[in-house]
Write a protein that binds this ligand. Sequence first.
Ligand code: DMJ
Length: 390
Amino acid sequence: MTPVDSLDTMIIMGLDDEANTTREYIAKNLSFDKDIYVQNFEITIRLLGGLLSGYQLTGDKRLLNLAEDLGNRLLPVFDSPTGMPYRFVNLKTGKVRGAESNPAETGTLLIEFGTLAKLTNRPVFYDKAKRALVETYKRRSAIGLVGEKINIETGQWLASDSHISGAIDSYYEYLLKGWLLFGDQDCRRMWRESIAAINKYLSNETHAPVDTSIGRSAEPFLWYGHADMNTGEEGAKTFGALDAFFPAVLALSGDLKRAKLLQDDSFRMWKFAGIEPEEFDWGAQKITSPGYQLRPEIVESTYYLYHYTRDPKYLRMGQQLFADFVKYCKTDEAYASLKSVVTKEKSDSMHSFVFAETFKYFYLLFAPAKTLNFKRVIFNTEAHPIRRTW
Ligand code: DMJ
């Protein structure tokens, strides 16, 4: 997983020797002919996405062949009564399991499967992932929201809490990006209807002065919380490290006003304890989940906002994020997740997305704009840049 997730980061950084060694390692050693169950969502965004962007950046056909082999092995997930995917598939036997899923896992597949379809001329990949996305959207409530848990065999919701956080987040991201990458007009329509519901029921805007140690003033601020998908009734007032991807999505959609306000609030959350917690309660003004898993989302949004505004404020923000990241997470060997941003106690863990995303977005924020032609790529949710070559 890690070599594939890191390959395009090395290429973008100009680490040519490391990238070539890694590419050869992958081509010689990676085999999906394994009798193991894998999680379709994670394998798709990390491995399928990494192989496809690696192929586009190098032209190495071996990476595309691996991607197609993987795509074939993942296809059985879509053989459900609704067309929404099972969560797990055995790469060798094609057996599937895991009918209780969520919008992020049913709806974050189109960039990778769609790109595979275009590059192999096999529309089946696009069609299956698109259907999964549409079937999720079709089950939105009367007020246009989705819940956070769904049975993909019956199509029934199992949890009606609605938000933009983990378990839903990248479903929305892929509605927008499916439109931008493929020109898919259904995605455009679904994105537009969804963002209207999100802004109506999940956003919280206020101009009221709030005097807290988080440094709020009379400036307007914005954050997105939870609501019941059916009634719209307000739920938890929490916003966290995963939600911090949303300013990037808003900016990409053209809504710079909300993107900027939300980014300010993400940064306030980061500064509360010197580094960002997994979850923060804006109502109670306290950390409700204290871990930090070296997540990239806030860095990603800083990069997008700097790209769109060229406001040096975002470079300064990025410098602060990077300084804190190094200060609290660096070890002699690598970077370590934090068990708690309050105590700064480390844990022996570093996700592959640190290579794919966190390092890449930090690098791109400060690199010359020509390092990567932003307008020509769409990043999948794991920061693998995909180019529309078809
Ligand atoms: C990554 O795997 C992806 O960005 C995903 O969409 C959300 N979680 C992690 C990073 O935090």
